[in-house]
Write a protein that binds this ligand. Structure first.
Ligand SMILES: Cc1cc2nc3c(=O)[nH]c(=O)nc-3n(C[C@H](O)[C@H](O)[C@H](O)COP(=O)(O)OP(=O)(O)OC[C@H]3O[C@@H](n4cnc5c(N)ncnc54)[C@H](O)[C@@H]3O)c2cc1C
Length: 221
């Protein structure tokens, strides 16, 4: 196909559910390819719809649970838009762009490990946007990051972001390596076991179950 230029790809559907129907998140709205949010949003939606059909099919609760699904889906699109909007706003300021991306990496890696530990309730929303601590504070910081900030405000933003991710960082993001590269290191996960309400034995079992060690051996060879 020849290259084509599309002015605007993002959209947000005014209705997400109705009587006995629901849109998947990917049909309910789209923000931007940055951060690859399509699959996780869709999979979260499928999980929720599966649970609704399983528990409420044929019951009067179906309607209200679909409405709740619509609210969650729309809220997650807005949370995604807030993060991606702040990143685009700082596209010409790479240190701030990189700093803001920590909110994504902290939330995504925390949620992925929580799921692999069979504790999805620890991270029930995308980007932890409805987490009582992470949600409101990341919203505040992302709103702040959309304004033009002076050096002192940028320093405060940096400190606030590192403070916010501290209790959710399971990937060594707070180590601030000089080259900004974060290797995949199992030690980071062991050191973060408490943040996930677990211990070294369960982390060890998770790494074995998900093939981490065999992948490591393949990598070494
Ligand atoms: C170019 C591109 C790159 C992307 N890259 C990423 C990425 O890197 N990371 C990420 O997270 N997300 C990415 N996404 C988004 C991601 O692909 C979507 O969010 C996800 O695939 C949506 O899943 P879905 O099941 O809702 O829809 P789809 O994957 O589109 O599946 C719908 C299926 O239904 C079929 N279908 C449609 N109508 C009918 C019909 N009448 N009868 C029978 N079958 C029908 C279609 O053929 C299709 O197979 C990308 C999207 C695009 C377009």
């Amino acid at each position: 196909m020849p290259f084509t230029h599309a002015r605007q790809l993002s959209f947000r559907s005014p209705s997400i559910t109705g009587s006995n129907w629901a849109l998947l998140p990917s049909a309910a709205g789209f923000v931007d390819p940055l951060l690859s949010t399509g699959f996780p949003l869709t999979l979260l939606g499928i999980t929720r719809l599966g649970k609704i059909l399983d528990e409420h099919w044929g019951s009067p609760r179906l309607e209200t649970s679909l409405q709740e699904y619509a609210r969650q889906t729309d809220d997650e699109l807005l949370a995604t838009a807030r993060l991606i909007g702040a990143l685009y706003q700082n596209m010409n300021d790479f240190p701030t762009f990189r700093l803001l991306s920590l909110l994504y990496f902290a939330a995504a890696s925390y949620a992925e490990v929580a799921r692999r530990l069979n504790k999805p309730e620890l991270a029930s929303s995308f980007l932890l946007h409805d987490h009582p601590e992470f949600g409101p504070e990341s919203r505040r910081l992302l709103t702040l990051a959309r304004a033009t900030l002076g050096p002192a405000e940028k320093e405060a933003l940096t400190n606030d972001i590192y403070r916010l991710i501290r209790d959710f960082d399971v990937a060594g993001l707070g180590k601030r390596p000089a080259n900004h590269c974060y290797p995949v290191d199992a030690a980071d996960l062991f050191a973060s076991a408490q943040k996930l309400g677990t211990d070294a034995t369960e982390i060890e079992a998770l790494l074995r179950r998900t093939g981490f060690y065999s992948a490591e051996i393949r990598h070494q060879h």
